[in-house]
Design a protein around this ligand. Structure first.
Ligand code: MG
Length: 302
């Protein structure tokens, strides 16, 4: 494929975010193994290599579609999710079934809207994959929010899931701003201004009011830590943590992981948002232990 220099820069920025997302996902998922819990407290890395999960697989589809179409094409995105779906990457049961049916020729519009008795999924799956899209639109947080909204409908149609994806994309876009990372309160104020009224939005306002709290466990006890795997139980805490540690990937990771819950997903969101900024890249030694993004993404587009 041929790209002009502007879209080349978008791709590089989004790939940097994807790499941060994959480190958060792969390293975070190590802490589902009880033998590794003591390491978490002492901030000691478990032995590698670390394999990424559904968060990175779906984020790679988001980036592939942006590279091919220059925006979110819903049909292309739904089909990329379905074609690249690896059952062993830790997807939830509803998404496993949805992607299998799309692969077999089903219509994603009907299938996604029928989930959970016609309410659509409010899971955190459309938020966990979207930070690289925010990095792609570093110059335009409103467009990031809009494209994230469109992307969510391919799998997650409940308002809370849609707003969760919008919030994470807005955060990554603002974190990637050319002038350097914003202050914590600027980041959350910026995100809050871009998302509609919702439980996720209410959670973000509580997160904004808790930026001076030191203990992430206390904050997660109020905001949620993804244990329920819903968008509103996941996104406010993840963006609280990302906002406080823009420019410091290691600190962001440990604080997020120590709060427990859906650790691969909270750390994927935080890693993708923090690494969207030039100063927030993961340590080289951590990247070296993390499985490379999928082969179908990188050779085709890089
Ligand atoms: Mg996962």
């Amino acid at each position: 494929m041929t790209v002009d220099s502007a879209s080349e820069r978008r791709f590089e920025r989004a790939l940097a975010s994807l790499r941060g997302l994959s480190v958060g996902d792969a390293l975070g998922s190590q802490f589902f193994v009880p033998v590794n819990y003591p390491l978490l407290k002492q901030r000691v890395l478990p032995p590698g290599p670390w394999q990424w999960t559904d968060d990175t697989e779906m984020a790679s589809s988001v980036l592939a579609v942006l590279a091919d179409h220059g925006r979110i094409d819903q049909d292309a995105l739904a089909h990329s999710f379905a074609e690249n779906h690896d059952f062993d990457r830790g997807y939830g049961p509803a998404v496993n079934r949805l992607l299998r049916l799309v692969r077999e020729g089903g219509d994603w519009r009907e299938l996604a809207s029928a989930l959970f008795n016609g309410q659509g999924s409010w899971g955190n799956g459309s938020a966990m994959r979207i930070a690289p899209l925010g990095a792609w639109y570093a110059d335009d947080p409103e467009q990031a929010t809009h494209q994230a909204e469109i992307s969510s409908y391919t799998t997650h149609q409940h308002r809370e899931a849609v707003v969760g994806a919008m919030a994470v994309a807005a955060a990554a876009s603002l974190a990637a701003a050319p002038g350097g990372p914003p202050k914590p309160e600027e980041l959350l104020d910026g995100v809050i201004a871009l998302v509609p009224r919702s439980a996720v939005g209410a959670g973000l306002r509580r997160a904004r009011d808790m930026l001076d709290y030191k203990d992430a466990g206390t904050v997660a006890a109020v905001l949620g830590n993804g244990r329920r795997t819903s968008a509103h139980d996941t996104v406010p805490f993840a963006l609280w943590s990302a906002a406080r540690s823009l420019g410091d990937f290691e600190e962001a990771f440990w604080v997020t992981a120590q709060a427990g819950g859906d650790v691969d997903t909270t750390c994927a969101i935080v890693g993708g948002v923090v690494a969207a900024g030039a100063a927030g890249a993961p340590p080289a030694a951590w990247l070296a232990q993390t499985e490379e993004p999928p082969g179908w993404l990188v050779p085709a587009h890089h």
